[in-house]
Design a protein around this ligand. Structure first.
Ligand SMILES: Nc1ncnc2c1ncn2[C@@H]1O[C@H](COS(=O)(=O)NC(=O)[C@@H](N)CS)[C@@H](O)[C@H]1O
Ligand SMILES: [Zn+2]
Length: 477
């Protein structure tokens, strides 16, 4: 599909680099004739599958996966006032079945609260039924009017993981919020992506929620990407949907809820945070191809080298690795270019001299070489992949730390947000946030920032002079 002609723009031209890499690394084809809707190439789909299997692994520890309908009847969708206000401009409606008009129009789920909670209301009877911890991974639809962008701002979100939990008390739901945050942190650690966790200001919380805790990644252009959110829903939705349970004393009580979502923005962050001028750089755990074997064919011993490569591929496959041998009739450099573009973490070169010396040459995606004894190839490969993953994490973390700057005044903050996130003092008032957003052309992303190198020491708001706490501000996607 993607011809290896032309050159990927340098990553510092991030917007062009991002658009180019989506087709050169065969992630997505953006030519589908509906705005904000895109097609997964098989390579991209394999990356999606490995990434979401990590998410499922973490969720399946104490959640159960379910599947609810896509279509939501208008009367259910319109029940929760806040929720409607938040989504009425974004929801798609189905009004006809064939040529006949539907008597009740149906929403395409923008998120599934109003599909799920009427059913939860039937299922929740007693405190013994609680907690409920279900999730689904589905496509959702939002009529985004801002600039749409593949993986980042879609009209069809193809990989929307949404968890919806039900609890007996507000505190139980609050503990669930903390569990969800820990799960998100672990998920992004597995993807070697540094994230900033903070509490969104009230005017930015999820429609119908008590509060929202967000997870933000910092993109190469310094703008942040919200890559996950956790919402404490209080009892707003349970009152709307009559979700009550009989408590230990036989009294009817409204339940308390949380919901938390991640979309394919996690893939956008994976591509953007780790990629470089040569293409994708992927953590071994999610890379569609983990190892590519490139036989170094010298005429007189070609047979022997091909045979050695096939034997090696078989051993690696039997050990469970996703491995390919590139024996195309191309010069080695063209092969290296092809697999580096696709983010393959480790390349194994094998030629006559290596066979004679009982070794193979391994080159990781950062170009770091090391020979591996042929006799303990599996443990050699395993440690090379682990070291590579660790260096991915270190590189991403040190880069993120450069992109996060303390600002003791708005001038410093204005400078800092050109390349990333500024940490400023903010009193928490909406008026001061408006002032800050106008002056700096940023978003006040939130406070109660959870970063180990930030001490949440009291300060003074640069606008009103009142006592303040650290908050993060940045340009955003
Ligand atoms: N148009 C979009 N394209 C891609 N990802 C999106 C889009 N809109 C939201 N997201 C992602 O989906 C996450 C969850 O969406 S949300 O509106 O914040 N939360 C919910 O919908 C809740 N019901 C949690 S399940 C967001 O944090 C964001 O990362
Ligand atoms: Zn203030």
């Amino acid at each position: 599909m993607a011809e290896d002609s032309g050159v990927l723009p340098p990553k510092e031209n991030f917007s062009e680099w991002y658009n180019d890499i989506l087709w050169r690394a065969e992630i997505m084809d953006v030519r589908y004739p509906v705005k904000g809707v895109y097609v997964w190439y098989p390579h991209g789909f394999s990356l999606r599958r490995s990434t979401y299997s990590i998410l499922r692994e973490l969720l399946d520890r104490d959640h159960e996966e379910t599947l609810f309908p896509l279509l939501i009847p208008e009367n259910e969708f319109m029940k929760e006032a806040e929720h409607i206000k938040g989504f009425e401009e974004e929801v798609y409606w189905v009004t006809h079945g064939g040529t006949s008009e539907l008597d009740v129009k149906l929403a395409l789920r923008p998120t599934s609260e109003t599909a799920i909670y009427p059913m939860y209301s039937l299922w929740v009877r007693s405190h013994a039924d609680l907690p409920i911890k279900y999730y689904q991974i589905v496509n959702t639809f939002r009529y985004e009017t801002k600039h749409t962008r593949p993986l980042i701002r879609l009209r069809e979100i193809t990989s929307f993981k949404e968890a919806h939990t039900v609890h007996a008390t507000w505190e139980d739901a609050e503990n669930q919020v903390e569990d969800a945050i820990a799960l998100y942190r672990e998920f992004y650690d597995r993807l070697c992506i540094p994230v900033i966790i903070s509490k969104r200001p009230d005017w930015d919380k999820f429609p119908g929620a008590d509060y929202t805790i967000a997870t933000d990644a910092i993109m190469p252009d310094g703008k942040t990407l919200q890559v996950g959110t956790v919402h404490h829903l209080g009892d707003h939705f349970s009152k709307t949907f009559e979700m009550t349970f009989e408590d230990e004393n036989g009294e009817q009580k409204y339940a308390f809820q949380t919901c938390y979502g991640i979309s394919e923005r996690c893939i956008a962050a994976l591509i953007s945070v780790h990629g470089d001028d040569k293409g994708l750089v992927l953590p071994p755990e999610v890379s569609p191809v983990q190892i590519v074997i490139v036989p170094i064919i010298i005429k007189k011993r070609a047979e022997e080298v091909i045979e050695a490569a096939q034997q090696l591929e078989k051993e690696l496959k039997d050990a469970g690795y996703r491995v390919k041998t590139d024996s195309r009739d191309l010069r080695p450099g063209a092969k290296y270019y092809h697999w580096e573009m696709r983010g393959v973490p480790l390349r194994i070169e094998i030629g006559p001299r290596d066979i004679d010396n009982g070794v193979v040459m391994s080159v990781n995606r950062y170009g770091e070489k090391a020979t591996i004894e042929r006799d303990n190839i599996i443990s050699g490969i395993e440690s090379r992949l682990e070291d590579f993953r660790d260096s991915m994490t270190e590189r991403a973390l040190s880069h993120a730390k450069e992109q996060i700057k303390f600002a003791s005044n708005l001038e410093e903050a204005k400078e800092a947000v050109k390349s990333g996130v500024a940490i400023i003092q903010w009193c928490g008032s909406e008026d001061c946030a408006d002032e800050i957003e106008k002056k700096l052309d940023v978003s006040v992303l939130g406070n109660e920032v959870r970063l180990d190198f930030i001490d949440n020491k009291e300060g003074v708001c640069p606008i009103c002079g009142k006592p303040a706490k650290p908050a993060i501000v940045a340009r955003t996607y």
